[in-house]
Structures are given as C-alpha cells and as structure tokens.
Design a protein around this ligand. Structure first.
Ligand code: ZN
Length: 200
C-alpha cells in the first residue's frame, strides 16, 4: 500500500532529528527527501534548514527539476540531484544525504568503501564509490557520472562524495536512513581496520 503524505512527512522529520542527535549532520548542511505519492514531485528540506529544524514548515514540495510546487522557502541546493536520481531510479522512494564524519573521512582516501562487515556486503550491494565533484554542491554536469554508477550497479544503495559527505537511497525514508547509518558504521570500522593494519 502506498504511504500517505502525512506518514512520509512525519518519517522525514523523525529521521532528520535522529541524524542530528547522532551527530551525523550538524549545522544546516545535508539534505533528505522522499517521493510525493502519485506525482513526479518530491518532499525535500528547505535550504539552510538544520536537520534539527526539519518540520512541516521547513519541508517543501518541488518537481524533479527543483521548481517549487508548495512551500514558503527555497528547496535545498541539492534537490536537483535528488530529482535526477528519482527520475532515473523508479524503485528509489527516499534519499538521505549527510556529511557524516566517518564516511566523509573515508571519502578523502578516494577509494570505494571497504565492506568491512558481512552485513554491509549484504545490504549495500555492488559498490559504494567515491565521487569528486570538485565543489560543495554536486553540479548538474556531474550527474551523468553518478547515474552511470547506478546503471552499472542497479541495486547500489549509496555513494561517497570527496570532501563532502555521503548519499544513500532506499525504498522508504527509514530504509534510506538505515542505509546511510550502515555506510557510516562501515566507514568507521574500515578506518579502525586500516589503523590496526588488519584491513585486506
Ligand atoms: Zn551536502
């Protein structure tokens, strides 16, 4: 059964709060979104809104080009990338993007995330690569590079952005949030493994 807009909105608010409290996204960076049921629209965080401030008032509705459909503030600068992902990946219902420290630290290596646990290998599928878009927000001309990754690994659930953060997708808000948490956990274990000299 398709989820209601009310349920999706409450899940986005709760997931944002959880990520702020877990210190996966401090300040007013990061972004999260979900498909609007039955339309080529998404519900997305407004620009410069902290994850701790996500509410019915600071979420907006846009089309997949980031044009405002409903809401009183501008959408996050990264809404365009979310729209491009929804357009290309019909199974993706929600996206979590954050600057979580372990994943972002791992991204500095430029190497795909090492699947340090059986759980990460099972859930994250394919590969979690590192992209270097060279800017603080992924520019549109970089989208084809990211979309090509999902063409290659249709079940891929996440990628890292060098000097920036991570993005995870899911079949609903919590699935995307848990994938992002798994990326963060896996990166932390990966860094510890490297420091102990025990990684493969
Ligand atoms: Zn970001």
């Amino acid at each position: 059964m398709e989820e209601t807009i009310e349920k999706i909105t409450q899940d986005l608010i709760a997931a944002a709060k959880r990520f702020y409290e877990a210190r996966f996204q401090l300040g007013n960076g990061g972004n999260l979104s979900a498909r609007y049921p039955g339309k080529e629209w998404m519900i997305v965080k407004g620009t410069d809104v902290a994850f701790s401030e996500v509410s019915e008032k600071t979420l907006v509705i846009t089309d997949f080009n980031g044009a405002l459909v409903s809401g009183s503030i501008k959408p996050s600068k990264e809404a365009l990338l979310h729209g491009a992902l929804y357009r290309r990946l019909p199974d993706v219902q929600a996206i979590m993007h954050c600057h979580s420290p372990w994943a972002t630290g791992w991204a500095a290596s430029g190497k795909p995330l090492e699947f340090a646990t059986y759980h990460s290998k099972l859930k994250l599928k394919g590969e979690v690569p590192v992209f270097d878009s060279g800017t603080y927000a992924v520019p549109e001309d970089f989208f084809p590079t990211i979309l090509a990754h999902f063409d290659r690994y249709p079940e891929a659930r996440a990628f890292l952005l060098k000097g920036h953060g991570q993005l995870a997708v899911g079949k609903n808000v919590w699935d995307a949030a848990y994938n992002a948490e798994l990326v963060e956990e896996t990166a932390q274990i990966g860094v510890i493994s490297v420091l102990m000299g025990t990684h493969t």
